[in-house]
Design a protein around this ligand. Structure first.
Ligand SMILES: NC(=O)c1ccc[n+]([C@@H]2O[C@H](COP(=O)([O-])OP(=O)(O)OC[C@H]3O[C@@H](n4cnc5c(N)ncnc54)[C@H](OP(=O)(O)O)[C@@H]3O)[C@@H](O)[C@H]2O)c1
Length: 317
């Protein structure tokens, strides 16, 4: 049940937010450039003028009942970036964790997404409104289109809803997830010709050594679109790969830490999920070692294409 104070807050008109820098004193660097040194406070600049913390905490499949506790543990560990979605049904416990963390709102970067069933202008607008209603937040840092399903009109309509919410200051940065190069080209053309505005600030894809998506990565890099990597540890499915065994021995780090470090050094923003306190900590302890050129080469499989999740990038509706 919502408190009277929260209901009142939700009824207030949304505050206009000028694009200023991310509140923490993050190390600033170019989006397309791989920073030489990282720490958990490193942030990458976005086309919107805001910044995004380089390590994200994912909550897909985190049950709502466990989500606030796990997210609070992530905050205590040092994560300042939470990746949720309408479809995950846990935006509210994420927002509760933000409120109960003792941190300032501006210190945390929170993402949600338009669900596949809410594509199109009106439905996407409702999705955004519902996120505000459920979370009680004044603004959302990043809102993505979760997947490109639904056809061109629906994709463009959803973008228009995001661009309007961004202009109104409710959403700071906008972007897409699971878009193939053909979807990205379509969106770029729509932005150029429609006048609805918005820049693609972030793109989110399944990315790891066995799914490097070099075509999409190149498209995004050319436009300074920050690249988020989901399933960065391949849901544990590659834990026994010999290459990971060799690198864990060389660096004294776990296979999960090796994969997360690979992601950071590729210039991605890895979004890693765990509800297990010790793993939440393990996955953040990736800033005290470095993979060298040979290590990165050993993890380079340019022709591999093995998703462990869904793959809407190949859809053609
Ligand atoms: N845009 C999209 O379509 C999309 C799709 C999928 C995911 N995502 C985002 O990306 C995030 C991460 O993806 P994901 O959750 O699918 O996969 P993932 O982060 O690659 O793997 C998560 C799984 O690995 C386990 N795990 C975590 N850390 C571990 C460690 N150090 N050692 C061993 N096992 C470990 C977790 O178990 P426990 O939790 O039990 O510890 C969980 O089962 C999601 O939460 C979501 O935010 C986005």
């Amino acid at each position: 049940m919502r408190s009277a104070a929260l209901r009142k807050q939700l009824q207030r008109p949304q505050r206009l937010v000028a694009p200023t820098s991310f509140a923490i004193n993050h190390t600033r660097t170019m989006a397309a450039q791989v920073p030489a040194k990282f720490n958990i406070n490193t942030a990458l600049p976005l086309n919107s003028g805001y910044q995004i913390p380089v390590l994200g905490y994912g909550v897909y499949q985190t049950p709502a009942a466990e989500c606030e506790k796990a997210t609070l543990h992530a905050f205590r560990t040092g994560y300042r970036h939470v990746d949720s979605a309408r479809a995950y049904r846990n935006e509210q416990p994420c927002a509760d964790a933000i409120r109960n963390s003792g941190l300032k709102r501006e210190e945390i970067f929170f993402t949600s997404k338009v669900p596949p069933r809410s594509m199109g202008y009106e439905a996407a607008k409702k999705s955004i409104e519902s996120s505000f209603y459920q979370t009680g937040l004044d603004y959302i840092d990043l809102y993505l289109i979760h997947s490109p399903y639904g056809g061109k009109e629906a994709r463009c309509g959803a973008w228009k809803a995001l661009a309007e919410a961004q202009k109104a200051g409710k959403i700071r940065s906008i972007g897409v997830s699971n878009y193939g190069v053909h979807h990205l080209d379509e969106l770029e053309d729509y932005i150029k010709t429609s006048g609805v505005g918005g820049t693609i600030d972030v793109g989110q894809w399944e990315l790891h050594p066995w799914l490097p998506r070099n075509d999409i990565v190149e498209w995004a890099r050319k436009r300074n679109v920050v690249i988020e990597a989901y399933c960065p540890i391949v849901r544990g499915e590659r834990a026994d790969e010999p290459v990971l065994k060799a690198l864990t021995e060389k660096h004294g780090k776990t296979w999960a830490q090796i994969l997360l470090r690979w992601s950071l050094q590729k210039g991605f923003v890895p979004l890693v999920k765990s509800v297990t306190p010790s793993r939440i900590e393990e996955n953040a302890a990736i800033f005290d070692f470095e993979l060298d050129k040979e290590d990165m080469k050993a993890l380079d499989f340019p022709d591999s294409y093995v998703p462990c999740s869904w793959d809407p990038t190949t859809s053609h509706d």
